[in-house]
Design a protein around this ligand. Structure first.
Ligand code: BG6
Ligand code: MG
Length: 215
């Protein structure tokens, strides 16, 4: 393919924030009187804050008003923001910085395509904001993954067509979003979960441009 841009999901691809999301959701579930497991958490990856809350509430068989939902989501986010406020560059996932530098050196544009409204805080905390030409986060979009809006906006702001972009994702919802947007996608994680991607790699440590251009 004629590779011109790479769009990265943030949580779970560039930085290991999935554990903080999980810690905050698990705490909320505990307050609501049920156990939320690491396995349950898989369905929340890549999914927006409110959609995640809906999944969690249905797991606990809990019914609340819209107003209470807003309050619960805000409570979870308060804890999450507290957890990420101390993030340091050593929480960047292995291989990410080197790979981003290689792309930029080759003139390939880089973008963030994240569902998170906290993406800016995280990028500033780990000092990676400058590595991305375009940042599309949860504050800029109205439709959550698996809708392709976040990635299509990323391509558009890089002034590229979807066929010139590759998406890097750790979540099933994100892989579906890339496919729906007509983009090639690389799953970062386990083959078992991300098998619908064009290529699945465990992390960004060994990926080469040759591999990507062959997609
Ligand atoms: C995604 C995460 O990147 O962002 C999800 O994978 C999370 O787990 C979503 O729910 C929204 O994040 P935030 O920070 O806006 O609550
Ligand atoms: Mg993710």
């Amino acid at each position: 393919m004629d590779l011109r841009g790479c769009i990265f999901d943030l949580d779970g691809v560039i930085v290991d924030t999935a554990k903080y999301h999980f810690m905050a959701w698990r705490r909320l579930a505990k307050e609501l009187g049920f156990i939320f497991t690491l396995e349950d958490n898989e369905a929340l990856k890549g999914v927006s804050r409110m959609a995640s809350l809906e999944i969690l509430l249905s797991k606990g068989n809990i019914h609340v008003t819209e107003k209470e939902k807003e309050e619960l989501a805000a409570r979870k986010n308060g804890w999450y923001v507290e957890f990420i406020s101390g993030m340091k560059p050593d929480e960047i996932l292995p291989g990410s910085v080197k790979f981003l530098k290689t792309l930029r050196k080759e003139g390939i544009l880089t973008a963030i395509g994240s569902a998170s409204k906290n993406a800016g805080t995280i990028l500033d905390g780990i000092g990676l904001r400058e590595m991305f030409d375009v940042i599309i986060d949860g504050n800029k979009i109205s439709k959550a993954k698996p809708d392709p809006e976040v990635f299509l906006r990323g391509a558009q702001e890089m002034m590229l067509s979807p066929s010139q972009c590759i998406v890097f994702e750790d979540a099933q919802a994100g892989i579906e979003a890339a496919i729906a947007g007509g983009m090639k996608c690389v799953g970062v994680g386990s083959l078992e979960l991300l098998g619908r991607a064009d290529l699945v790699i465990p992390d960004l440590k060994k990926i080469t441009l040759k591999q990507l251009r062959n997609l």
